[in-house]
Design a protein around this ligand. Structure first.
Ligand SMILES: *Cc1c(COP(=O)(O)O)cnc(C)c1O
Length: 383
């Protein structure tokens, strides 16, 4: 028996026009095969234009960008960081690189992202013992926008900067502004499964009043912290975090098709939403039209608590047909590595989403037939 063609959750999708290869070719022809060059500089410029941020630094990963964002806020050993609980570990790991203390904040049922109510309780709890976080790290999971109006209001009240993890939400618009412009610092990822990819890479976006200086400092750290001298001199700890000029070429080509990819991802979401409208146990992830225009990076669904079909049943049925699906992220407070950290709950929404949720195949190369194949397998589980 021949195996059915694999359908991926989300896989790299290069432009039909071959933009990526043109930029790579240019890098070869000019011999800028290095972690600097025209593609790197132009990729930063083009992202700034697209998103509307003040300055950007192209780095080797989104994780590296998160690390340097924390360093820009002078995060040191023992400092508190309020961090969204429901996310990928890459959001939280850099907090540990600096030996700071994450406090995980539960999600909101309405947005799946940080609950403003739980965030307020976290501020109050630590204020009572004379402590304040150095930063609040929010995430726009699966391309759904966090409640930025409320979160910004609360962070202003407590005079605490925001780091925005927009790794999954490039192209998502919240009230007329792109995600990536709400944090003092924001991060993007161009990993292989993201809405656009450079094969691997990330970017730190600066939206502060001193954005230019912040970008300069980031670049300094990312390129081994070399002092201005005629020899190799170092007054600070450096990192090798810069993006390669080849990688940046792929990123530039991909940026040209970002709008197309968002359009397709949104269409995928609509098809699922329509198809599952008559399955009472299935609720698609909440998108608030009029407030946000989500990039729908992954289309996710939650199953009713009393559904006889479980998320695992869905995954196994799809896997048997060579189709990839996944659990929703497992919250950080449930991770063995972060077991000692404080957690501010909001009715354990994150845990509920982890237990009842499924990320459906959201690959932009899927055809109508592929989607019918997926939908039929899922609906048959209820027969
Ligand atoms: C992918 C991702 C990251 C990390 O990006 P990398 O480029 O893989 O290091 C960070 N946060 C979230 C929410 C992500 O999905």
């Amino acid at each position: 028996m021949t195996e059915k063609e694999r359908i991926f959750l989300a896989s790299p999708h290069m432009s039909d026009e071959g933009y990526e290869m043109e930029y790579i070719k240019e890098a070869f022809e000019t011999n800028w095969i290095a972690p600097l060059g025209a593609n790197v500089t132009n990729f930063e410029k083009e992202i700034c234009q697209k998103i509307g941020c003040k300055a950007a630094v192209a780095l080797s990963s989104g994780t590296a960008a998160m690390h340097l964002a924390l360093k820009l806020l002078n995060v040191k050993e023992g400092d508190l960081i309020f961090c969204q609980d429901l996310t990928f570990s890459a959001t939280a790991n850099p907090i540990m690189y600096e030996r700071a203390k994450p406090v995980f904040i539960d999600s909101d049922r309405e947005t799946w992202n940080m609950s403003p109510e739980a965030l307020t309780r976290a501020f109050e709890k630590y204020e009572a013992i004379g402590q304040k976080p150095k930063a609040v790290v929010i995430v726009h999971l699966y391309g759904l926008a966090a409640d930025m109006d409320e979160i910004t209001r609360i962070c202003k009240k407590y005079d605490t900067p925001i780091i925005e993890d927009a790794a999954e939400s490039l192209g998502t618009i919240y009230k007329d502004k792109m995600t990536g412009t709400f944090g003092d610092y924001s991060i993007l990822s161009f990993n292989g499964n993201k809405i656009i990819t450079s094969s691997g890479g990330g970017m730190l976006l600066c939206n502060t009043a001193k954005a230019g200086d912040d970008a300069k400092k980031t670049l300094f750290w990312a390129t081994q912290a070399r002092d201005q001298a005629r020899y190799y001199q170092h007054s600070e700890l450096g990192y090798n975090y810069r993006m390669s000029n080849i990688v940046a070429g792929i990123g530039r080509g991909q940026l040209k098709v970002l709008d197309e990819r968002v359009k397709k991802k949104r269409q995928i979401y609509s098809v699922y939403q329509e198809a599952f409208a008559d399955v009472p146990d299935i609720t698609m992830m909440p998108i608030h039209d009029g407030i946000e225009k989500s990039n729908c990076w992954l289309s996710c669904m939650v199953l009713a608590d009393d559904s006889k079909v479980t998320p695992l049943d869905v995954q196994l049925a799809l896997e048997a047909d060579n189709i990839e699906a996944r659990h929703i992220w497992k919250p950080m407070h449930m991770q063995p590595f972060f077991a000692e950290c404080d957690y501010i709950d909001n009715g354990d929404i994150g845990q509920w989403l982890f237990e009842q949720g499924v990320c459906l195949p959201s690959d932009t190369k899927m055809t109508e037939r592929d989607m019918s194949r997926i939908i039929k397998i899922i609906k048959d589980l209820w027969k």
